[in-house]
Each structure stands twice: as structure tokens, then as C-alpha cells.
Design a protein around this ligand. Sequence first.
Ligand code: ZN
Length: 704
Amino acid sequence: MRFLFQGICLISVLSVSSFAQTILSSSVQGNSQPTWMKASLEKLERELVAKYGEAQRVRAHRGLNQIASFWRNEDGDAATFETFVTTNFAGDQTTLDTVFNRFEHNLEQLDGHMAEIGREFRNQSDLDVGPILGVDEVFAAYDPSAHVSDDFFQNKLAFIVLLNFPLTTLEQRLTEGEKWSRREWAEARLAQRFSKRIPADVNQAVSEANAATGRYIAEYNIWMHHLLDANGNRLFPPKLRLLSHWNLRDEIKADYSDAKSGLAKQRMIQQVMERIVTQTIPAAVVNNPNYDWNPFTNEVKPSAVKDSDANAPPPATAASALSAPEPNTRYAKLLQAFQAVKKIDPYSPTAPSHIARSFDEGREIPEARVKAMLEQILSSPLAPQVAKLIEARLGRPLEPFDIWYNGFRQRGNYTEAQLDEIVAKKYPTAEAYKRDIPNILVKLGFTKERAEYLANNIVVDPARGSGHALGAAMRSAPAHLRTRVEKSGMNYKGYNIAVHEMGHNVEQTFSLNNIDHTLLEGVPNTAFTEALAFVFQGHDLELLGLAKPDAQSRALKTLNDFWGTFEIGGVALVDMAVWHWMYDHPNATPAELKDATVQISKDVWNKYYAPIFGKRDVVLLGVYSHMIDSFLYLPDYPVGHMIAFQIEEQMENAGNIGSEFERMATVGSVIPDLWMRKATGAPVGPEALLAETKKALSAMTSPQ
Ligand SMILES: [Zn+2]
């Protein structure tokens, strides 16, 4: 996690020459260029070249145009601009090195101490150390780094960076990055931190949209006991309140083990989900336990059964008012999100759409490649084979909700209760776990020296919640492992999470302390740190001295991951197509956006899923709540699965986790393809996932 310039740390711009042209010739920028700027730029370039020599012309030209694109009238007049440039242009290598080193050192201090303040302010709410008061909540919500970017433009430190170091495009980082020195990568990352200057009112609109969509989703519950089937039966128990879509989906998964009424429940939930997507759900039944609803006929009536403390709603005047559909609120919220982030476009001239920022800056994998990788998974001949296997295991033809099939379960040799007992005995306190970290790391293949070094860089704290890992962001501080320990000792779930979080801490330690440039601290994005943490987590049983999962349970896990990727890949394609549609129809109404989303969901389904499920025009792929409140986040999931398989495969091939982990974790935050090529020899792609799935399929179908 980065604490400084959160959300805008990975950024890109057009190539330098076209970037300069964009700035000089266009008025798309939110702020108009001061009238004196053009003359000042020409004069300053002449002066800088005269002073430092012809060799500095390219740098001078680039730097001048970069700062011109962000300079506003309130930053100063022509004289201020010219004095600033003359004073701060580093015209020789020694001065440039000094400026670079100063930023690297000071930004590490800034990031690290911001992280420290944030962590300390959240101690009371994050740690298991007694009651949380109102004051603790305010401290926890405070972000001391929120205004750093504005401050750095105001005091002109950002302009010093932009005057001396190059802004780069994703295209450049992809094509030229491989030849860059580590210092050039560090310079690119330094400049990227200042590639946007978003006005406060635009940021405000984005946070408002974030809050509004978040609230809408957080309160979208379905009261399950009030769903009636054709005979008026209630399939679900009282008080069960499920949040769309997460809890509804998880209920579908849980219902596979309900032999009696699981199938009827699953069909009913599918019907509810479809009505959410198409907005034919009666508004009265959203987050409301006072009405009974038959989601098939859409009939609504006041409920005689009371299973909550919620106040009765105002009495409805007529049956028609009761069944009135939700008025496309889902799509009105999505439009609000779109219109808010679109306001950033003019201040991001080189990634001038949310789609470009999401792929070129956030993921740093071009959208076209992500789309191609997803299509490769969705149209893989392995998909119908896995589907056949699921049909055989279910003993019935697939139905659309089976995209959430979760029956590829690992057969554990131990029950959860047995594991709880083993873990509680071994780790009665957080302190006991901490003492054992060096041993755990040695078992994972780290040398004794490395294990001690890592253990000394990890502080263990008792977590209030399930557990998390916090990196230090500065070398003088340790990483923090937050782990949950019950009064009766650690349980298996807490231990499993602790091993995962420790994987994060080890990555955080290596990728900060053992890397050549702190400006390259970390990994390309969260998918990478998650994949590395899963490597640790996957060995948790062996670390307890128990047998590791056998070939059969590993095959099951692979098939589970493949099916999950097959499902979320289609969801991601819908998310992407909907954002393109909004950019193509910026003045759409909520109703028009609904129609488009429904059609896109059907199109993706018909292309990739209908041939396998034998049913057309299903809209389930449009139900994910992230589509509304997370602004084009969904493609991260399938890409994350692919990355995890690539890293896992490399660990297996290398044999030794310890040294391989350190080698990978010190590549740093270069672009994903370059990182993956250094780590595994191949760019990011679905091949490892597909190869493992193929192996798993033959392991499952060959005679035991
Ligand atoms: Zn994690």
C-alpha cells in the first residue's frame, strides 16, 4: 500500500513530443495557458542551451513543456516562471544527481512518516486493545497525506521534478523500459507522481460519487425470509439479510450442500439478481423486511411475519404502488460515478479518460491486451470440459447460477476442529507466533541468516479484525503483522491468515530494504503482492508439520480457480464494455444506461456462456456491486488469478521458495510485464493458469 498520492501513484502520459504538442496547441486543459507562456518557453530554451550547452537542449525543451502544462496563472507571472526555471534547471549531471538523491531520500521520509502517522492514529480501531471511542474513529478516518500533492504544486517541488525528470507513456515504458537503467526507471516513477494536478472541486466531486455509490451498495440488502415461492413457502430462515451481490452469491455457493431445497433457493436467488440488473425489482422490497415478495411473479404484499426490529414503512396506498419497480437508481448512481471521474479528463491530457487511467496508469497493462487475455480464457476449450465435469458432479444439466459452482473442494485430512486444536497449542499468544517466525521462514526455504533478518523487521500486533499487513515505506521502520488471537489461543483460520499476511510483510521488507532505489519500492500492483502472499499461505499445513495437500486436492483447487476466473472474466468484460458505452453516450439517461447494460450482459453471455449452459440472454454477469461503486475495478480479479498461477509455477520450477521469493521481491515497481519477465521469463498472461487447468483435468478424469 502506498500512502502518498494514493490512487494516482501509477500514471502515464503520451510520448514527450506529442505531449508537448497537446499542451501547446490545445485548450482541453482545464486551465488556459497564460498568454506570455509561449514567448517565455522560447526564450528560456535559448538561454538554457546557451548556458549549459547544446547537449541539454532535449532535456530543457522537455522540462519546459512539462511544467508549462501544469502552470496556472496563480502560480506566478512570466518573471516568476522565468526565475523559477533559471534557478531550478539542473543543467549538469552532478546537480541532477543531487536533485534526484534529495527527492528519493525526502520522499521516502515523507511516505514512511505518513504511513507511521496513519498506522498510529488507527491503532485503537485496528488493534485488540479495548473499546473504540468517538475520538478514535475520527483519528482513524484522518488522512495526513491528503493534501501533499496540492502542497507540492503550491511550493513548486512538483515543478522542480517536472522540469528535470521525464514524464513517460505506458507505450514508452512497454517498448523502451526494458532498456532503461534502474536509475531511469526510478526517474520515471518520480516524475509519474506529479503527472496530474486535479483541482479541489473535481476531487470533491469524485469523493462525493464514491460516497454516494458506496452508500447505495452498502444498504442494498434482501430480506430472504420474505421471499415467497409459488406456494407461498419461505425457503430461507428468519432474520437472514443478504447484501447484494456478495452475500447473495455466497448463499448460492452455500446452497450446493443443501440437498433438500438448495436448488430451489439457488433458482430463487438467480431470479432476484436478474431483477436487480433489469431494475424490475419492486423498490419496496429493497432493504425492507416489512413486505413479502415472490420474485417470479413480482407480487408484493405487507408481511405478517416480523423478523426484525426495523420500523414499519409508511403504509402503501395501493397494490400498484407496492410493486412499483426501483426507478433505475442503480444506473443513476453509475452515471453519477461516470460524470464525476470524467471531470478529471481535462486535467489528465495524456490519459484523457477513466478507461485509459484504469488500464494505462492503474494496471499498466494495455486494455486491448487485458481483453485478449480474458477472451483467451473464456473461449478456451478447457471451459466446456470443466463444465462437463461439474455437470457430472452435480448430476444435472448446468443452470446459469452454476457460474458460482464451488464444489471443487479440497478433501482435508484434518477437520477444522482438529486444526484449531493443533494451532491453539502451538500459538497460545501473538508473542508465541512472533517467536516462531524465524523457524517458519527456515521451513519455507530461507537461510537462517535471512530468516533472522526478516523476523527482526516484522512487528507482530494483536488485530481486532481478522488480520492485515502494513509495510513501513521507510527503511528505518519495521513492517507490521496484525494477527487475530482468541483468548483460547490462535485458531486455524487466524493462523492461515497470519501466514498470508506474513508473506506480505516479507515482500514489503525485501522490496523496500533490499532494493537499489526506494523510488522503485514495492511490486507493480496489488495482484503481485497477493500472489506472493498466497505462496506462503499455500504451505500453511506443512509449516505445522502436517502432510501437504495431495495431488487430487491440488487439482481440485486449480479447477476451482479456473472456474472462478472463467466467471469473473465475463463480468470484467461487461464492466469494460459498459464504461465504453458511457463514454460513447455521455448524455445518456439512467434508463438508457440500464438498457445498454442489460444488452451488454446478454451479449457477453451469449458469446461465451450460452454454448456451455444451453441458455441464451442471461443477464447475471451484470449483477456485481463493484460495477457501481468501484469504477472499473473488476478486471483486476481475473488478471490477478493469471499472475498468481505464473508466480506459483515459477516457485515450483525453482524448488526453493526462500531465494526465489527474495529475487522476485527485489525487482521493484516496474511495469507488470517487465516484472514478470524478470521473475519468470514471460510477460503477464493466462498460459500458466490454462496449463495447470489442463493438468488438473487429466488428473481428475484419469483412473485413480
Ligand atoms: Zn493479502
